[in-house]
Design a protein around this ligand. Sequence first.
Ligand SMILES: NC(=O)C1=CN([C@@H]2O[C@H](COP(=O)(O)OP(=O)(O)OC[C@H]3O[C@@H](n4cnc5c(N)ncnc54)[C@H](O)[C@@H]3O)[C@@H](O)[C@H]2O)C=CC1
Ligand SMILES: O=C(O)C(=O)COP(=O)(O)O
Length: 394
Amino acid sequence: MDTQALEELRVLGVEIISRPELTKETLPAALDGIGILVVRSTEVTARAIEAGRHLNLIVRAGAGVNTIDVAAASARGVYVANCPGKNAIAVAELTMGLVVALDRRIVDATIDLRAGKWEKTRYAQAEGLYGRRIGVAGLGAIGREVLHRARAFGLEPYAWSRSLSSNKAQRLDVGFARTLEELAARSHVFTIHLPLDSRTRGIVNRNVLDALPDGAIVVNTARSEVMDYEALEVAIAKKGLRVGLDVFPNEPDRGTGTFEPRVLGRGLVYGTPHIGASTEQAQRAIAMETARIIRAFMTEETVPNVVNICATSPARYVVVIRMLDKVGVLANTLSVLKRHGINIEEISNTVFDGALATCTKMRVSGRPGDACLKEIAAFDEVLHVDVVSLPNLA
Ligand SMILES: NC(=O)C1=CN([C@@H]2O[C@H](COP(=O)(O)OP(=O)(O)OC[C@H]3O[C@@H](n4cnc5c(N)ncnc54)[C@H](O)[C@@H]3O)[C@@H](O)[C@H]2O)C=CC1
Ligand SMILES: O=C(O)C(=O)COP(=O)(O)O
């Protein structure tokens, strides 16, 4: 981990245990006594989350949280946070690297040269990128960085993304595709930057691949499960696609080992071992963001980048209680709320200058009745109690 980020954590008094060799299988047994787990692509299963009885926070030191059983974490009240955007430039750089390499067949030319073969005639047959169209599927942090770099190459950009409308596309000066098929049909270069979830699994399917023009360059640096790799193999043969992949089905979860993805032998297919995020710059940015998340978790009320906060809280009211800063006052008010069957969803407590008084705000699902409020107000140390209805912002 970056030395500055490590220093940040040391200042917080965090004891750091580094176990990069852990896998999906060995992680659960290693979580005993661990409060904060920082992971890259290692899978964090429900079994790991159950085994990690002391776990409060899981930080995905990267973007994609599909490797973490977020539902299992939510069910045990464990925060899951990621580092959005912090490795986007690195992935965009690799994406453009693959695009250029495929157009000019740089890898094959190098392999031939290393074997003593001067194949100028063969490798002189490149189309070139300038003036051709690039389709970006998923215009998030990485998609936008790709767009930026694609323009510098003179590629004409098109995009398809969840919240992209034709107006927004116009503002971004990018061609708008209404469907993924439409995007594919326009793309001489087609690049995928969608997260993996239940809606995107297999979304780049046979129909989408069939819509691509012959000889198109296809790049996937997102997740293998977003694309049907069997259909891809067929499309490579049928359409002469040139393909660049940084992600594969059943990737090893160790840094070194053997791995022979079948698709790599199916035509002009270049591959990298999931290194999209692996530049020093990106890793430094990720480390600093990880330290920021941990610091906020330990010292502040809100944790940044949490992906599993209840989007539609059942809380409809806020109980605001000003009280003297004395032992047991808050506990007394809570026991009254409990007796009246009021469930507290969220709570915050602020202490004011001089530490004489505090203000507690509790988000609750049911409106406390007058009797309940009177009981709270009756405590000598309670200065005031109020109930505020939350606006329906849904
Ligand atoms: N190869 C590597 O090392 C890396 C791979 N990745 C992968 O790239 C993915 C994207 O990363 P970012 O751009 O940072 O994420 P992001 O969240 O900033 O962007 C994702 C984009 O996809 C769009 N989107 C999401 N669901 C959609 C749907 N169902 N239909 C249409 N559009 C949808 C979103 O609106 C957003 O614009 C990550 O989730 C991760 O899986 C990320 C970093 C490194
Ligand atoms: O950030 C992401 O989503 C990635 O895929 C990066 O994976 P890594 O942390 O390099 O194993």
